[in-house]
Design a protein around this ligand. Structure first.
Ligand code: CUA
Length: 654
């Protein structure tokens, strides 16, 4: 065992060296990586719009960023799992409930895989889903408001990595656990992992009307690591495929002990069969605590509900629903081509790419040609399900996307390149270096039935010398390739924010026309809204002071408030009366232990301030809203706790 361990460690050493010195030709500026026609291809003239939206996960920022392609211009950061002082998300009273979990308020996560909702396997542009990896959660973002509308926690899960991928009609958003854990969680020795820990694969239903999520069932699988997943499509609709690693069930030094088996598995799940089983009363309800947080656009307010049980399914109770496809070698990405026949396992310690065939899989299942079982789940024979192998394609394959023209594009982390190859013949057509060490790649619609195969974005892990140095930390680099021709062409680099593990792209015409411009004031159902300035007022309830405030260019109503005392909890409920596009107002109070607020036209947001010092304290608008923005300010008089100053408020001395 020792020798084996050291051999493996030295192999990793060699791989690390390859990573760090493989491609230092980024400095080779004179080689003309870009010619002028390539520059024109990414140039979007002032006032013109991009062809595609790209949603990049923010990784450890917990958020999502929105870019335009081909320009690489960043348009917005959408707060999802992290508090965001820029807008007040997670700080305002309305949005704090969005970040509630069974562990309490968790104002951060590690967002990984954005996915746009699908109808008939094609992008429909209604919602964007993304997983929180750390404290397992799935979020749904509206693609009309570009705001997070819903977050559901995933119990019995840890390292929510093989998520958030959607079935063909967004029937389910699927979340698979990276870490297997004791289910239910309990106090037990870690070294009793093997055979005792389990991995939950969660199928979360999505309401076709509102998008609301609910955990329909969790399949409780053997204690492997479930890495990535993708749905079947077309002929394989009704199935879902998950890569696994650590089929060794090691609980320590996984870089060695989880790399022993020559082959791990792709788990093939017939979710339609499981759904039918569950609809007929199958499965076991077990206690589980998880938060479900929903933002209501009409009240501009989120509520958090703690759920108490979840339906689990033992795969052995649903014969014919779960199979293992042997796949070399600690596979990472699990990608399904647009026809739904080819399932690509990207064996990250392998030099070759393994492509399985759905047709072969079905034939093998029907012929009951099994090669043993793992915890009672049948293992199919590798040779029986294999469609082909892409040979010598690179080293360290991670992820594959498709252009809809019969080609696949796979990223290779170790050899730092994107390789284009042909589905069916498995021949390599082209390869282009990335700068450096590419992880995911994204072609708009590139993992759906209908890819838009014009651009490819490589999401690189190492930036090094690509941009001006800014200290030890550099933003990750995305690279844009033109893939409309036979050979790929590198067009541009642009920096990203956080770590963009994955991205989702969609043509502009599917989103831009329905993007919301304002919230209608006459539809505002916030309980603390003031829909006309004469409703503005201040009310005391014990030590709570509620300030019903309105804003319009360029003043707050009221702007002078007296009668507040040290020890009070002061709630500013601010309604923005503007009804024009792009006229938010801000609100900031001195000494406030939260953030400023950015209030959109027609919206109400609330902010808590607990004054600790006697004095006359100013507040102001933080968003440059008019020529008189700097006049948009006011004062709160704070008196001693025992003072008997009457509550009063005014504007313009009235
Ligand atoms: Cu309102 Cu500046």
């Amino acid at each position: 065992m020792k020798t084996c361990k050291f051999q493996l460690l030295s192999l990793f050493g060699a791989l690390m060296l390859l990573t760090s010195c493989g491609n230092n030709n980024g400095k080779n500026k004179s080689s003309g990586a870009l010619n002028s026609s390539n520059a024109e291809k990414v140039y979007v003239a002032p006032g013109e719009h991009d062809e595609f939206y790209a949603f990049l996960s923010g990784g450890y920022s917990g958020n999502v960023t929105v870019y335009g392609l081909p320009s690489g211009r960043m348009f917005k950061e959408i707060p999802v799992f992290s508090q965001f002082p820029t807008s007040g998300y997670g700080y305002s009273e309305e949005t704090k409930p969005m970040l509630e979990t069974s562990h309490g308020f968790v104002p951060w996560d590690d967002s990984h895989h954005p996915e746009i909702s699908l109808t008939n396997g094609e992008l429909d542009g209604r919602w964007l889903f993304i997983n929180g990896n750390n404290t397992p959660r799935i979020a749904r973002i509206s693609l009309t408001t570009f705001e997070t509308e819903e977050i559901i926690e995933v119990p019995n899960s840890a390292g929510n990595h093989s998520s958030s991928f959607l079935t063909e009609n967004s029937e389910y958003v699927v979340a698979g656990t990276r870490f297997s854990v004791p289910i239910p969680q309990r106090d037990m020795p870690i070294n009793e992992y093997k055979g005792n820990f389990q991995g939950a694969l969660s199928f979360i239903s999505v309401d076709p009307e509102h998008g609301h999520m609910d955990i329909k069932f969790q399949i409780i699988m053997p204690g492997f690591n479930y890495d990535l997943s993708h749905p079947g499509r077309g002929k394989s609709h009704g199935w879902f495929f998950f890569t696994t690693y650590n089929t060794e069930e090691a609980n320590s030094l996984q870089e060695v002990f989880a790399s022993q088996n020559d082959k791990d598995f792709i788990a093939a799940i017939n979710w339609k069969k499981v759904e039918e089983y569950v609809n007929n009363g199958g499965g076991t309800k077990v206690p589980a605590k998880y938060a479900h947080n929903v933002y209501d656009e009409s009240t501009h307010t989120a509520t958090s509900t703690m759920k108490k049980e979840v339906l689990t399914v033992n795969p052995l109770d649903v014969p014919g629903a779960v199979f293992f496809l042997p796949t070399p070698k600690s596979p990472h990405g699990c990608d399904v081509d647009p026809t739904g026949n080819y399932i690509i396992g990207n064996g990250k310690l392998s030099a070759d790419l393994t492509v399985h065939s759905f047709d072969n899989m079905i034939a093998a299942i029907e012929g009951e040609k099994f090669d043993g079982e793992a915890y009672g789940i049948p293992i199919l024979k590798f040779e029986d399900v294999l469609a082909g192998t892409v040979k010598s394609s690179g080293l360290g394959p991670l992820h594959t996307e498709f252009d809809g023209k019969g080609n696949a594009y796979t990223t290779f982390f170790i050899t730092s390149e994107v390789v284009k190859w042909k589905l069916g013949t498995w021949e390599v057509i082209d390869r282009k270096p990335t700068y450096y060490s590419v992880g995911h790649l994204m072609i708009p619609g590139g993992n759906s039935r209908k890819p838009f195969g014009k651009y490819l974005v490589a999401l690189n892990k190492i930036t090094k010398d690509r941009y001006l140095p800014v200290g030890p930390e550099t933003e990750h680099s995305a690279q844009l390739y033109d893939i409309s021709g036979e050979k790929m062409e590198l067009l541009s680099d642009f920096p990203t924010h956080g770590e963009p593990h994955y991205a989702a792209g969609i043509p502009t015409e599917l989103l831009a026309p329905k993007a919301k411009k304002i919230y209608r004031l006459d539809e505002n159902k916030h309980p603390y809204a003031v829909t006309s300035p004469d409703q503005a007022r201040v009310e005391r309830k014990g030590n709570e002071v509620h300030i019903y405030m309105s804003t319009i260019r360029s003043h707050f109503t009221p702007d002078n408030i007296e009668g507040v005392k040290v020890g009070d909890k002061v709630y500013f409920h601010i309604t923005n009366h503007e009804q024009d596009f792009d006229v938010p107002h801000g609100f900031a109070m001195i000494g406030q232990n939260s953030s400023e607020l950015l209030i959109m036209p027609g919206q109400t947001k609330s902010s808590l301030w607990e004054p600790k010092q006697v004095g006359v304290w100013p507040f102001y608008c933080t968003d440059f809203c008019s020529a008189l923005h700097q006049e948009m300010q006011g004062y709160v008089r704070v008196s001693p706790a025992k003072s008997n100053i009457e509550l009063s408020w005014s504007l313009g001395g009235d």
